[in-house]
Design a protein around this ligand. Structure first.
Ligand code: GDP
Length: 177
């Protein structure tokens, strides 16, 4: 820590996808900077953020890409997916529609990305438990059927955010190293 001259052993590109307003930008802000902002649209335009961590005594730079609002215009292009070794498929557990769209996003992802890409399904906003629209078991079942990792998170309360990123990065490391 504090040694910025450290050598980087691996750079892993991970893309965030899912409907608008599910919390992609805030998940990234929480992971990369341990921040959360209620008015997150200030961050529009940011392409990716990085965070360096140690996995198995190797220095791994995670380069996490956010659609930065582009998903509203169906403008997520193949450049976005290019070189990605991981993807987080994010829905808002209080919004049924955002979960129903996961199959479509997955199809889009599989059409563009490398076939060995590691994919994690994320049910975000678990702090809003009383408004839950998607039972954990439904998401688990979908994840199992589609061969995805699965986790419920809250960017607001910081629940499982580090764990989710660390899990996907560790899985990627296991495949690539
Ligand atoms: P994006 O469009 O998918 O990038 O979504 P944003 O990150 O911009 O979040 C959309 C809205 O949901 C914002 O008002 C956020 O403050 C809010 N939000 C994001 N994550 C959470 C969360 O974990 N819990 C709650 N309660 N709100 C969240």
């Amino acid at each position: 820590y504090g040694d910025y001259s450290q050598k980087i052993d691996y750079v892993f590109k991970v893309v965030l996808i899912g409907d608008s307003a599910v919390g992609k930008t805030q998940l990234l802000a929480r992971f990369a900077r341990n921040e959360f902002s209620i008015d997150s649209k200030a961050t529009i335009g940011v392409e990716f953020q990085t965070k360096t961590l140690i996995i198995d005594q190797k220095t791994v730079k995670a380069q996490i890409w956010d659609t930065a609002g582009q998903e509203r215009y169906r403008a997520v292009t193949s450049a976005y997916y290019r070189g990605a070794v991981g993807a987080m498929l994010v829905y808002d557990m209080t919004k049924r529609q955002s979960f129903d769209h996961m199959a479509r996003w997955l199809e889009e992802l599989r059409g563009h990305a490398d076939k060995n890409i590691v994919i994690m399904l994320i049910g975000n906003k678990c702090d809003l438990g009383s408004l839950r629209a998607i039972p954990t078991e439904d998401a688990q079942e979908f994840a199992q059927r589609e061969n995805l990792f699965f986790m419920e998170t809250s960017a607001l309360e910081s629940t499982n955010v580090e764990t989710a990123f660390f899990t996907i990065l560790t899985e990627i490391y296991g495949i690539i190293s």
